[in-house]
Design a protein around this ligand. Structure first.
Ligand code: FMN
Length: 326
């Protein structure tokens, strides 16, 4: 079973992926946050920079496309193939209101017939293998039963299932039963995603679903960047965490405004990293900082000197979420 780092738009951009890979061994693949093809059939300079493989070669990167237009998908997939990638992923999970209202991301799950036509068009002309990342429905987990036979009709390279509806966003329990159904009826490789926050969570998944092609970890990796390393018998290494933090700051500061851009990015990271600290009031101190010059020394001090919990305390996240963005 391979362990991948999930795409997290606005967080796991190229800088974070490359710095993470240099500090923490063991991640099989890093997924690129979704990119939306523009109607002028050109990648923006920012998209080109994201797609440039760099030190992580194409085999360890999975680009993802968000669109409801089959022709746009095929154009972007072909362009991605020309860059050397061997797989392209279709996003059927993004829950954002603006995305869903345009019928993209999880919005494509609204009508199984329309999804079927979309998949038919893209698989009929696929320039490279297509994988899919999906939720189990829009409003209700019962929708999954009608979606399964649609997926089953296509040669999907791998289906990653985040077993929540769009309505649930990232909250509440995952529907393990829906994932079980997928494992029972779908003929292609499956990857599980959702609420894997500890090595024990990953081990239980492996025991429950020995045939899975893999798992994908998102927020757990933000809270403890060594999580996948630890799943592979490594340990959490404070020095690696400090280096990751320093190098990421240096990369961001090279191209972004400290207070206007780097500070909010680091606050988003620390929303999760702070779950590793025993005292939750420390997050409140961090989020109050209005300047990078105030935030960074404090954050660095916490990483260097605070005790860490054995595992990140995700029970605090819902409270934090309520006050996000910081
Ligand atoms: C801030 C944020 C950005 C995300 N961006 C993407 C994205 O670009 N593409 C995608 O497929 N999923 C995206 N997701 C969903 C994650 O990849 C993942 O499915 C979700 O966090 C659940 O997994 P986890 O419980 O391991 O975090 C995003 C989630 C968050 C919280």
């Amino acid at each position: 079973m391979t362990l991948d780092y999930a795409p997290l738009e606005g967080v796991t951009g190229r800088d974070l992926r490359e710095v993470h890979a240099a500090c923490f061994p063991g991640v099989d693949r890093y997924w690129l946050p979704f990119l939306t093809p523009a109607s002028n059939r050109q990648f923006t300079p920012r998209q080109r920079r994201e797609l440039e493989p760099g030190p992580l070669c194409c085999d360890r990167l999975v680009p993802q496309i968000l669109t409801r237009d089959p022709a746009d998908f095929l154009w972007a997939a072909a362009a991605i193939g020309e860059l050397g990638y061997r797989e392209v992923n279709l996003n059927l999970g993004c829950p954002s209101g603006t995305v869903v209202s345009k019928g993209k991301g999880a919005g494509l799950l609204r009508a199984p017939d329309a999804l079927d036509r979309f998949l038919e068009e893209i698989f009929a002309a696929a320039p490279l293998p297509i994988s899919v990342k999906t939720r189990i429905g829009l409003e209700d987990a019962g929708e999954w039963e009608a979606l399964l036979p649609v997926f089953a009709r296509y040669p999907i390279r791998e289906l990653t299932v985040h077993p929540r509806t769009r309505r649930a966003l990232y909250r509440g329990d995952v529907h393990v039963d829906a994932f079980l159904r997928a494992a029972a009826v779908l003929p292609f490789p499956l990857r599980y995603n959702g609420n894997l926050f500890t090595p024990a969570d990953v081990q239980s998944l492996q025991l429950a679903f020995p045939k899975l092609s893999g798992a994908m970890l998102g927020r757990g990796m933000l809270a403890d960047p060594s999580l996948i390393t630890r799943c592979k018998e490594g340990v959490r290494d404070r020095a690696a965490l400090v280096r990751f933090h320093e190098e990421l700051a240096a990369r961001y500061l090279a191209s972004m405004h400290p207070d206007g851009a780097v500070l909010p990015k680091f606050k988003e990271l620390w929303l999760y990293l702070s779950l590793l600290l025993p005292d939750e009031r420390l997050w409140k101190r961090l989020r109050k900082c209005a300047r990078w010059a105030e935030f960074y020394p404090l954050a660095r001090d916490l990483l260097n000197n605070e005790e860490f919990l054995d595992e990140a305390d995700f029970s605090r996240l819902d409270q934090h979420d309520a006050s996000f963005p910081p």
